[in-house]
Design a protein around this ligand. Structure first.
Ligand SMILES: [Ca+2]
Ligand SMILES: [Ca+2]
Ligand SMILES: [Ca+2]
Length: 491
């Protein structure tokens, strides 16, 4: 039950601690802490540097909320903050800003309706359900060097899924992030050490992602180090993945170790590139897998073209087999006119090796690790990054300032006909044998997103998968449809 108590604490603090209450001990603000001009400005050491700091407030909302830097907002008088959602940020707990806290959260609901989930297999009925979740966090800073970040989640499913909830659907109260951090600049760059439960994310989330599409998200437990100096950034971690338990406290899986060293070079113009080594060990299948990769993205100078490329090679051992597998991915997109609806047309390509012979002592199938598969391989979430050759055309257009239309057309083939087709969760979609066909299918996704304001957005999407020859040869092969309706508010 200790997790429930911890979660209640997080949520309770978020709900109860208004800026007014937290500042109540400060007599000059007791009457109205938000009176304009800010009454404590003469004593406020930040006043002299207010303008530049104001420019950095508020920061952009991040996928991993602990990356947001709200410190510049300490210097913005609360009377200038836009409503309660900004007043729960950078809340001073002591007069001289030694101790301060941010609160934040997210509410999200998504209706999902599937037809022919298993391509029409009798055991896989048409079905629909509603996913809902609430996240709440508190980010406590003590001086510039100590920090504690706590984030809780409640995620549930209604009008249940007839085949039972997926592992990413339900988590009725748990901690997504709960870590302590020591940070400082020892003369060679901003360095931080963290210990606890923390979400991981690298690059474009092809291999390491908090999986925001999943209702429960994904997190890890362990420790790590981050370092930043100029354009250089380094992220190092040694963790165990946390396994979602719908009704009990999530525990880390001690049989799986995931470590990483990820370097990113963020130039201001044209190019961001990175290099990484990730290690994955699984006791249950006697596996030690090392993934070495390179990635780059940016704009092609003098053109209206953007690019994004990544390639990775895997080596190691699984059981008695040696591992030798690889992936490559590339996207080029063209933005002809930013002033006229910012249309964008892109071409994408993905390759992930398969195993050409189960008995040759070498495992050639690429393991997609902990990805955000939803972003690259179709929004019906049928396909994963193993034994795959995929191509796509994508387009985006801002119909109005608030309304965006996106569409994707994907084609999926097996990279190797001796290996299975794999699903978004990394499991077998359809086993090998019975067909030499490569074509798994094609998919059309069309999505409309509407921004209600800076915090709220809604979307509606239809995804249709046309079953290909490999599915026709090996079993059920009706076309699959998915419809999503989503609403999300982030604070
Ligand atoms: Ca249902
Ligand atoms: Ca749980
Ligand atoms: Ca093999």
């Amino acid at each position: 039950m200790s997790h429930r108590i911890a979660l209640l604490l997080v949520v309770g603090i978020c709900l109860l601690a208004s800026p007014r209450q937290l500042a109540a001990g400060e007599s000059s603000q007791a009457s109205d802490p938000c009176a304009c001009p800010c009454p404590d400005c003469p004593d406020n050491p930040c006043c002299t540097c207010r303008e530049p700091e104001k420019a950095a407030c508020p920061p952009k909302i991040a996928n991993r909320r602990f990356l947001e830097d709200w410190k510049p907002c300490l210097c913005v008088p609360c009377c200038e903050k836009d409503g309660w959602a900004e007043r729960i940020k950078a809340v001073r707990l002591t007069r001289r800003h030694q101790v301060w806290v941010d609160f934040g959260g997210q509410v999200r609901a998504r209706y999902e309706s599937f037809r022919n989930q298993g391509f029409g297999a009798p055991a896989d009925p048409d079905d629909d359900w509603l996913l809902a979740r609430v996240r709440a966090h508190a980010d406590v800073h003590v001086g510039d060097h100590v920090r504690v970040f706590l984030e809780g989640i409640w995620a549930d499913q209604f009008d249940e899924r007839e085949l039972g909830p997926r592992p990413i659907d339900i988590d009725r109260g748990d901690l997504l992030n709960a870590f302590g951090e020591l940070k400082g600049d020892l003369g060679f760059g901003a360095t931080s050490l963290w210990l606890g439960r923390r979400e991981l994310e690298t690059g474009k989330q092809r291999l390491v992602s908090p999986l925001d599409w999943g209702n429960t998200r994904r997190t890890f437990e362990g420790g790590g180090l981050t370092w930043k100096r100029g354009v250089h950034g380094l992220d190092v971690w040694y963790t165990n993945p946390v396994v979602v338990d719908a009704d009990d406290f999530n525990e880390k899986n001690d049989d799986v170790v995931f470590w990483g060293v990820d370097y990113a070079n963020r130039q201001l113009t044209c190019i961001t590139w990175g290099a990484y080594a990730y290690g994955l060990s699984r006791d249950d299948v006697d596996e030690d897998r090392l993934t070495l990769g390179l990635r780059a993205d940016g704009a092609i100078g003098g053109t209206r073209l953007d690019y994004d490329v990544e390639a990775a090679w895997q080596t190691g051992e699984i059981g008695t087999d040696d591992i030798s597998a690889w992936m490559a991915s590339a996207t080029v997109s063209w933005r002809p006119c930013t002033a006229c609806g910012d249309p964008k047309i892109g071409l994408g390509f993905d390759y992930a090796s398969g195993d050409d012979d189960p008995a040759d002592g070498t495992q050639g199938r690429f393991d997609q690790l902990f990805p955000l598969g939803h972003a690259f391989l179709g929004h019906a979430d049928v396909i994963g990054r193993s034994n795959l050759l995929a191509a796509r055309v994508e387009g985006s257009y801002d119909i109005t300032k608030s309304l965006n239309l996106k569409a994707w057309f994907h084609a999926f083939w097996r990279a190797d006909t001796a290996d299975a087709a794999y699903n978004a969760a990394g499991g077998v979609l359809r086993a090998a044998g019975g067909s030499d066909a490569r074509a798994i299918g094609t998919e059309l996704d069309v999505m409309l997103t509407y921004k209600l304001d800076a915090r709220w957005q809604a979307f509606v999407e239809w995804a249709h998968v046309f079953a290909g020859r490999f599915l026709e040869d090996t079993g059920a092969s009706e076309d699959l449809d998915a419809i999503y309706l989503g609403l999300q508010g982030t604070f």
